[in-house]
Ligand binder design. Structure first.
Ligand SMILES: Nc1ncnc2c1ncn2[C@@H]1O[C@H](COP(=O)(O)OP(=O)(O)O)[C@@H](O)[C@H]1O
Ligand SMILES: [Mg+2]
Length: 1030
């Protein structure tokens, strides 16, 4: 794309809506400037204006197709491809049938434009074998249509002499399914007559130039164009047009048989031109042609001759009128949704030197197309704004419906009057028709004739007799009435069509169905004008039902010259095409409108508030939706029923967003669907797996159960057997027992008979004796050691010996002790006796006792013999001394202690002063009444004296001895030996003592205050004393 022309280039704006200032001159200038830059396409909104360059430009390459494919309409230079793409996308994405209306004068480039649209759609729609076949057929229909329908005219070397409307059908994906091509009013008269400088239909020239000699011979033709009357006996090959090559292209797509039939009919037409009926039979050449024709179509020459001769004049006007249909058009079932794109390429507006019925018809058709344009883009649109309540300043424009009405009105229209004249009985010719027209249309602004001019006193030499003039939207055209009635009648006399029907030529017969004698109808066929009018009406209806896209072709010069721009010529076209008004309405108006409902439906996914469902009204929904998209306010208008969007850019933006969103949603749906599919599949698989494993487990369980049942059965059998065996054994045992008892009983009976009754006792005694003997001998051999401390003794071997054994054990022990005692020395014995006595007195009674166990009773602690100091004392004791020790005497008055020496003899107890070693007190043992000691481990002792004794009068003695146990024991022994009585010993906590001053009760108190050495005596009052001991 060249950068030279940006869309906003002031000199050559790409969209005339942007033109400033907007005048006719600036508009034409812009077109001229763009044309100079080889930008032949220009927009007015989405209408494309195409200026014919008359030279091939490099803008139709596959790369260009790619560039415009799915492009944004305004991002690229204006092009037919862009509008084709827009239409195709609207069709595919918005589901709206489209039509592309291509209008313009003859030679302005309409046919080329239609071909470009077709090839673009073919290129961008999807590929595939079937689709490609359809596309090929659609594209290939062109050469054959052009061959039979196009001819060179003064305006255009390849002028379409018929209207062509092609409907291409697409499926929902946008793939072409097929197409229907409708033709409108072929210019049949061209076959028999054409102006000098023009040509007949291409097919004749193509056939003669392209067919092989064999084919020509088969068709009984000569290659020489000059031979044929219909070709004006001149061979006019055209520069830049290869008839031979086109002939080859034309036959593609037909079967050979079809081609042959077609060419045979073509040859027949060509040859018919060489038969001049008036002198047909006179000339041998005519005769030859006639014969050859009949050979070709399988007809008896006389039949044809008769048919031709009886209606000589009419015969020359005849040729084929048919509707060609693309072979193998795939007609789909009606319920299948299909979309249609129509491309209309119809002959353009024509003004010739001499304009006949054909031009009248052609221009009528163009008038109708212009009406569509005016209605859809100017009138309808403006009316809609008013209807929808959008603020609007009306734009003036010329409405050509008055001209259409002039031609087609069913009572006062020219066509109606023409029909009336044709059907009217009586003298009918062009003059009567003209008179009628003049009468009825005398005051019509767009109708003129000599007569109406005369009536208005206008002198106009340009309007000849037998002519009338119509002021078309595109200019004034003077029509010559000559031939109008004849052509309108379009009558083919019955004998001719019957002759053709009689031919043995399938194609020819099918072309003349009315020739069938059985279908003879006396009704006149409809006139050409009527037919055309109704087919145009049908076409219009068809076009109105679709979304129109316009391509307006402009012819830049009259000379078919490359890159020549004649401003005047273009200005005229700009005027009659109403481009200025178009720009004005466009500028003020809105590019797009749609009912709220469909609009909301289409774009609701763009706003979370309207997606997936909007519950309110459509209008509110659309407003909410658009509010969320934040377009500038001036871009939008809300009518009563429709929403309007001002610039296409906004619409494209909307569409782009929608596409993105739809892609997202599609992904989402795909995701959900895939998830669902996988899940269900997984669940199915899982279910199957569970089923299989259940079956398998069931099978295994059954096997296992069988085993268990078997095991139980076997177990039960075994147990039964066991039970039986046990019962058997019990029976057996019982029998044995019974037998044993029985035998025993018998044995005992027998025994009693033979033995004494004491025998068993004797026997037992014997056995016992024997056992005792063995026990005793064994015991004697294994006597335990003789040690006194060892108390072991073997256990009894038999229970009946237990008592004996115990007895023996005791005897043995006593014997052992006796033996031990016997061997003791007298002193040792006395010592042990003393110990024994101590034990009897104190064991478990005084806590001091256990300590004394270890201490041997030495008796003599003072060393009376050795110490000379104690000689006197020693003398007192002499040999009778039992014990000598030092003690502490407790003062009865204050509890304090004083040391004393104590001597015990077999008769006396002596207390002496340790210093003087002089006896202080001497007690006869019999004076002692008793002794009291504490329970504790102290050495406190109270010596109770008989009050009657001499010493006794002094009161009891309280002493503390370190060898209390020995002292008391020896005192006890000695007392017993001396008096033969036991000395009373009290082990108590509380006792009373007798003192001269009165009795004192002594309480022994365990107290930590007492020293370890001895008790502490405390006098409490006059007759109480506490002894604190540990
Ligand atoms: N886009 C174009 N590029 C080049 N030449 C063109 C183009 N359009 C038309 N022409 C030329 O103009 C001639 C007439 O065009 P055509 O489409 O047959 O006119 P119409 O159908 O309007 O009568 C064509 O034969 C071709 O030479
Ligand atoms: Mg054409």
């Amino acid at each position: 794309m060249e950068s030279s022309s940006s869309p906003l280039d002031a000199e050559a704006v790409a969209d005339l809506v942007l033109l400033d200032p907007l005048t006719e001159e600036s508009l034409v200038q812009t077109l001229q400037e763009r044309f100079r830059r080889q930008d032949i396409y220009t927009y007015i909104g989405n209408v494309v204006i195409s200026v014919n360059p008359y030279q091939s430009l490099p803008i139709y390459t596959p790369e260009k197709v790619e560039e415009y494919h799915n492009c944004s309409f305004f991002a690229v230079k204006p092009h037919i491809y862009a509008i084709a793409d827009d239409a195709y996308r609207s069709l595919r994405d918005r589901d709206r049938d489209q039509c592309i209306l291509i209008t313009g004068e003859s030679g302005a480039g309409k046919t080329e434009a239609s071909k470009l649209v077709m090839s673009y759609v073919a290129a961008v729609s999807s590929k595939g074998e079937e689709v490609n076949k359809v596309k090929e057929q659609l594209l290939q229909s062109n050469p054959v249509l052009e061959a039979f329908g196009n001819a060179k005219t003064v305006r255009n070397d390849n002028s379409s002499r018929f209207g062509k409307y092609m409907d291409i059908e697409f499926d929902f994906k946008g793939d072409p399914l097929g197409g229907v091509i409708s033709n409108y009013l072929l210019e049949k008269s061209r076959i028999v007559r054409h102006v000098k400088g023009e040509r007949n239909f291409h097919i004749f020239y193509q056939l003669l130039a392209g067919a092989s000699p064999q084919l020509l011979q088969q068709l009984k033709l000569r290659q020489d164009c000059g031979h044929y009357g219909y070709l004006n006996r001149e061979s006019s090959s055209l520069p830049g047009m290869d008839d031979a090559a086109n002939f080859q292209a034309m036959v593609i797509g037909f079967s050979p048989a079809e081609v042959t039939e077609l060419l045979e009919v073509t040859a027949v037409v060509l040859k018919l031109g060489n038969i001049h009926p008036s002198w047909a039979l006179a000339l041998p050449s005519s005769h030859t042609e006639l014969r050859e024709i009949c050979e070709l179509i399988g007809l008896d020459p006389s039949t044809l001759e008769q048919a031709l001769c009886s209606r000589t004049v009419k015969a020359r006007d005849e040729t084929v009128l048919t509707t060609l249909t693309v072979p193998q058009v795939s007609r789909n079932t009606p319920n299948e949704q299909k979309k249609v794109m129509g491309v209309l390429d119809i002959y353009g507006f024509e003004i010739f030197q001499d304009n006949g019925f054909e031009q009248f018809i052609i221009n009528y058709c163009n008038e109708k197309l212009q009406q569509i344009f005016i209605l859809m883009t100017l009138k309808e649109e403006q009316e809609e704004y008013v209807r929808e309540g959008i603020q609007w300043t009306p734009v003036e424009f010329f409405d050509n419906s008055i001209i259409c009405n002039l031609i087609e009105n069913s009572t006062t229209g020219i066509l109606a009057m023409l029909d009336e004249e044709c059907l009217r009985p009586g003298v009918v010719n062009e003059d009567t028709l003209l008179t009628k027209l003049n009468q009825l249309l005398a005051t019509h602004k767009h109708y003129e004739s000599k007569e109406t001019q005369n009536a208005r006193h206008v002198t106009d030499t340009s309007l000849p007799e037998r002519c009338f003039r119509i002021h078309h939207y595109a200019g004034k055209v003077t029509y010559n009435l000559t031939g109008f009635i004849e052509k309108n009648n379009d009558l083919l006399f019955r004998d001719l069509s019957q002759a053709m029907w009689a031919a043995r030529h399938a194609l020819l017969r099918s072309l003349f169905p009315e020739g069938d004698p059985q279908k003879v109808s006396l009704k006149l066929p409809p006139t050409a004008g009527f037919q055309f009018k109704s087919s145009v009406a049908m076409l219009m209806k068809n076009l109105y039902s679709k979304n129109p896209n316009y391509i307006r072709c402009i012819k830049p010069n009259d000379t078919k010259s490359a890159m020549v721009f004649t401003p005047e010529l273009v200005l005229a076209q700009v005027r009659y095409l109403g481009l200025m008004e178009n720009v004005r309405v466009r500028r003020a108006g809105y590019a797009f409108r749609q009912l709220y409902g469909p609009f909301l439906q289409r774009y609701k996914m763009l706003n979370p508030r309207t997606w997936p469902r909007w519950d309110g009204g459509d209008r509110e929904g659309a407003e909410v939706l658009l509010a969320g998209l934040e377009f500038p306010a001036e871009e939008l208008a809300f009518g009563h029923t429709k929403v309007f969007i001002r610039s296409p850019r906004t619409l494209f933006d909307l569409e782009r967003r929608r596409q993105e969103r739809v892609a997202q949603l599609a992904t989402l749906i795909q995701k959900m669907f895939r998830g669902w599919r996988c899940r269900t599949q997984y669940q199915l698989m899982r279910k199957s797996q569970i089923l299989i494993s259940a079956w398998f487990r069931g099978h295994r369980q059954m096997k296992r159960s069988a085993l268990i049942v078997q095991a139980y059965a076997r177990g039960w059998k075994s147990r039964r057997l066991l039970r039986e065996l046990k019962a058997q054994r019990r029976r057996h045992a019982a029998a044995t027992t019974i037998a044993a008892h029985w035998r025993g009983y018998q044995a005992r009976r027998t025994y009693r008979r033979y033995f004494r009754s004491t025998a068993s006792t004797n026997l037992a005694n014997f056995i016992y004796r024997r056992l005792v003997q063995r026990y005793l001998v064994g015991l004697a051999k294994n006597l335990p050691p003789l040690s006194v401390t060892d108390r072991t003794w073997p256990s009894a071997p038999y229970r009946f010996l237990d008592n004996t054994n115990q007895e023996l054990k005791n005897i043995f022990y006593h014997w052992k002790c006796k033996k031990y005692r016997d061997q003791l020395t007298p002193s040792r014995r006395a010592q042990l006796q003393a110990k024994l006595c101590a034990s009897e007195l104190f064991k478990d009674k005084k806590t001091l006792y256990p300590k004394s166990l270890q201490q041997p009773f030495r008796g003599e602690y003072l060393g009376l013999k050795q110490n000379p100091k104690y000689q006197k004392l020693h003398a007192v004791a002499k040999d009778k001394l039992v014990m000598a020790d030092s003690v502490m005497k407790v003062n009865r008055a204050n509890g304090k202690t004083v040391p004393r020496l104590l001597l015990l003899t077999t008769e006396h107890l002596v207390l002496a002063d340790p210093k003087a070693a002089q006896p202080k007190t001497v007690l006869t043992l019999s004076d002692i009444r008793g002794i009291s000691v504490t329970r504790f481990s102290d050495g406190f002792l109270a010596l109770h004296l008989k009050e009657v004794s001499t010493v006794g009068a002094k009161g009891d003695f309280l002493l503390v001895s370190d060898h209390l146990i020995e002292l008391v024991t020896r005192l006890h022994q000695t007392f017993e030996a001396a008096t033969g009585q036991a000395l009373p010993l009290h082990i108590t906590d509380r006792f009373s003592t007798h003192f001269p001053k009165g009795d004192v009760s002594i309480t022994v108190v365990e107290s930590p205050k007492a020293s370890a050495n001895g008790p502490v005596c405390k006098k409490k009052g006059s007759n109480k004393m506490e002894v604190l001991v540990q």
